[in-house]
Design a protein around this ligand. Structure first.
Ligand SMILES: [Mn+2]
Length: 362
């Protein structure tokens, strides 16, 4: 039996410039991604795994440093009995002679597949590995269509970084065509959410979630493979989860009521996770939801929260329109009200009223 770990989309070096969380948390996450990856490498060594498969986007081309690469190599060199197989993805492509992968001399157990379809033969474990590294930022052609298995008696594994869900600019993969090729296991990368496409074709997902769009369980795939059997499972491995929470507000709630509801809901959750709390529903128009105040009150319960206020104040629109028939408030309501079914219009209407009313008072 051949043991393997399948990972990818690690994005080492990621700077999180567009992330909703601030610079301090971004730095923390940047380090945590490395730490988690080193732990994956260590696990491969501890469990005497034969193959560590990395399906692209190991690092961020723009932000990786030579120091980071040396550290990666140092980690790989500690598990010399594990073969580390890497393909480059769209975030770490091998473009011409310029590639961060060529900046250092990799340990003997590290194999970086080149940008033409390549087959690596490992006689000692009876495994042939096929793969292809990216050589540009976008690939529109299905470059995997022509791969053919050469020796059916071997354990045949394919590493691919691409999109099996749709005809995209990120190496579209034809699922049916892929199934017919008869690989014993296909280790996919590119999509950050883990997904078993077939029993023997899977996206491992990113080991650490990168933002709130990745609010599922993240980890690695571990497997045992022979010519006739495959046993694989997803193993959660992330240090933190991004959790999105919806809280229903009604017009009878005060700020303290709302905080109580959130705290109550957070009680079953982990301190170290990141929470996006979305407040929805109708709020009392006289209550000001001070987001920073609520955030401060949650600090002792969880390490990170962000709060999005999507509530609408319970203005009596008819009353307001009548009272303001001759001024800009009335005209504004009249103009906006026609599209009140549209979420964005409604939000704009209520925010506009709030702004105009506060002007009036002042
Ligand atoms: Mn990726």
């Amino acid at each position: 039996m051949v043991k393997f770990i399948h990972t990818g989309d690690v994005h080492i070096g990621m700077e999180f410039k567009k992330a909703s969380f601030g610079i301090d948390f971004a730095k923390k996450r940047r380090n945590e991604i490395k730490e988690t990856f080193y732990n994956i490498v260590k696990r491969a060594g501890d469990n005497k795994v034969h193959l560590l498969l990395i399906s692209g986007d190991l690092f961020e081309d723009e932000y990786i440093t030579i120091g980071d690469l040396k550290e990666l190599n140092n980690q790989f060199s500690k598990i010399i009995d594990t073969k580390v197989i890497i393909i480059a993805g769209n975030h770490d492509p091998i473009i011409g002679n310029k590639s961060n992968y060529s900046l250092i001399n990799w340990s003997n157990n590290v194999h970086i597949i080149n940008t033409e379809i390549e087959k690596l033969v490992f006689e000692d474990i009876g495994v042939d590995i096929y793969g292809l590294s990216w050589n540009k930022k976008q690939i529109k052609d299905n470059l995997l269509n022509d791969i053919q298995i050469e020796d059916k008696n071997k354990i045949n594994i394919l590493l691919a970084h691409g999109d099996i869900y749709q005809q995209s600019n990120y190496l579209p993969i034809d699922k049916n065509n892929l199934i017919q090729k008869g690989f014993d296991y296909v280790a996919l990368g590119h999509i950050h959410k883990s997904d078993f496409i077939e029993d023997n074709i899977a996206y491992c997902g990113s080991p650490e979630p990168l933002d709130f769009s990745e609010s599922d369980k993240h980890g690695i795939i571990e497997g045992c493979i022979s010519n006739s059997t495959l046993d694989i499972s997803f193993v959660p491995f992330a240090k933190r989860e991004f959790v999105i929470m919806h809280i229903d507000i009604d017009e009878n709630m005060t700020v303290e009521c709302i905080i109580d509801i959130i705290v109550n809901k957070l009680q079953n959750h982990e301190f170290h996770n990141l929470y996006r709390i979305i407040l929805e529903g109708m709020k009392d128009k006289d209550i000001k939801l001070d987001i920073n105040y609520i955030k401060n009150r949650l600090e002792e319960h969880v390490i990170y929260t962000e709060i999005i206020d999507k509530t609408t104040p319970n203005y009596d629109l008819d009353q307001l329109r009548k009272e303001n028939a001759n001024n800009v408030i009335g005209k504004f309501i009249e103009h906006m009200e026609s599209d009140i079914e549209d979420d964005i219009y409604r939000q704009a209407l209520y925010e506009g009223i709030e702004a105009l009313l506060s002007e009036k008072v002042n």
